[in-house]
Design a binder for this molecule. Structure first.
Ligand code: IPE
Ligand code: IPE
Ligand code: MG
Length: 263
């Protein structure tokens, strides 16, 4: 395994060029819990519980390998379409995770960010999410970004509304709008774009995940169900990533200086 970058990745236009073969930011679509459970004759919630164990393992493994940013898709804006019982169990699992794990994560210097729509969540969940962010805000280790009640289209809609308000109030001229304004209006404001996306379960689609931020991300789709994802699977994806040549529209990989946004 190669050493991790010692400088923060460049964030101009929300693009992170990791100057190393190790991704600075990994995004994960944790899919396949239900099928994992069904294959074992278990209720779907058991798959979600085992999925939480896999998430705990991923956070540890990513941290040990020097990953700086880890975004995990835990509940989409479309997952409300599932039966009420499953939705309620998933909300319960989020409550359990925040109550159970945040203190330990904070002790390990993990900073938590939540992305997704907040204003139609149950009040107690909104409070838990805010507390998870505020209690870990000054941590300097791995940033764990939890996408909850998140959909890329919903995020872009809210960003568009925010920018339209700035224009309507005379605070922003249409001609001055840049990609950076959009980056700053997204939930991921201030975060570098993912370098590597991993989706488990064999599905090969984005399911409304980070559609702006993934523009130049390397995509890895694995057949493994999420509860079976482990450190070895992460290492396999990292090896795959290290073999990819990223060009960002140019003809060669960016130089280290370009990667740091210095030229
Ligand atoms: C991912 O597993 C977890 C969530 C979407 C909340 P699924 O629940 O989608 O599992 P499958 O895809 O039905 O197997
Ligand atoms: C994506 O998985 C959402 C999460 C993993 C949280 P889904 O299971 O909801 O995606 P589709 O419905 O198969 O596209
Ligand atoms: Mg699924």
């Amino acid at each position: 395994m190669t050493s991790h970058p010692t400088t923060a990745p460049a964030m101009a236009h929300g693009v992170s060029h990791s100057s190393d073969s190790l991704p600075a930011h990994i995004a994960v679509i944790m899919d396949g819990n239900g099928r994992w459970a069904k294959a074992r004759g278990l209720p779907r919630i058991e798959g979600h519980r085992r999925g939480l164990e896999a998430l705990r393992g991923l956070v540890r493994a990513a941290d040990q390998r020097g990953i700086r940013f880890l975004t995990v898709y835990s509940f989409s804006s479309e997952n409300w379409r599932r039966p009420a019982e499953e939705v309620s169990e998933l909300l319960g699992l989020l409550r359990y995770f925040i109550r159970q794990d945040v203190a330990d994560l904070s002790a390990r210097n993990v900073r938590i960010r939540i992305i997704g729509r907040r204003n139609d969540l149950p009040d107690d969940i909104a409070v838990l999410l805010r507390e998870a962010e505020t209690t870990t805000a000054s941590n300097t280790g791995l940033t764990l970004i939890i996408a909850f009640n998140y959909g890329a289209r919903d995020e872009l809609l809210r960003a568009t509304q925010a920018l339209a308000s700035q224009v309507a109030e005379g605070r922003l001229a249409v001609a001055d709008m840049s990609e950076q304004h959009i980056c700053d209006a997204l939930d991921t404001s201030g975060l570098p774009d993912p370098d590597l996306l991993i989706r488990t379960s064999g599905e090969v689609r984005l399911s409304n995940f980070m559609m702006w931020q993934l523009a130049y991300t390397e995509l890895v789709f694995l057949p493994v169900a999420w509860p079976d994802f482990d450190a070895a699977a992460l290492d396999g994806a990292l090896v795959e990533f290290s073999h990819r040549q990223r060009r960002f529209g140019g003809l060669t990989e960016p130089s280290a200086e370009q990667a740091r946004g210095q030229v």
